[in-house]
Design a protein around this ligand. Structure first.
Ligand SMILES: [Zn+2]
Length: 75
């Protein structure tokens, strides 16, 4: 099973973490273009980032996930 496990890089500390131990977090990134003729052209990109457990805890990712789940239930 050598080399089977995928390692991902923690977006916060840059440590290599095995994927099954990393916390996946989808972050929506919005950025506007430099085109000033169109009004408010924005692109939204969903980027999946990974955090190691300690960074996820530190950044409150777990709390955010819980919050999101609750919000989705309400609407
Ligand atoms: Zn980390």
């Amino acid at each position: 099973m050598r080399g089977k496990e995928t390692a991902v890089t923690c977006d916060s500390c840059g440590r290599k973490v095995p994927r099954n131990k990393a916390v996946a977090y989808e972050r929506a990134i919005s950025f506007s273009t430099d085109l000033h003729n169109a009004n408010d052209v924005r692109f939204f990109e969903k980027r999946k980032v990974y955090y190691c457990i300690s960074c996820a805890k530190h950044r409150g990712i777990f709390e955010k996930k819980k919050e999101m789940a609750e919000r989705n239930r309400r609407f």
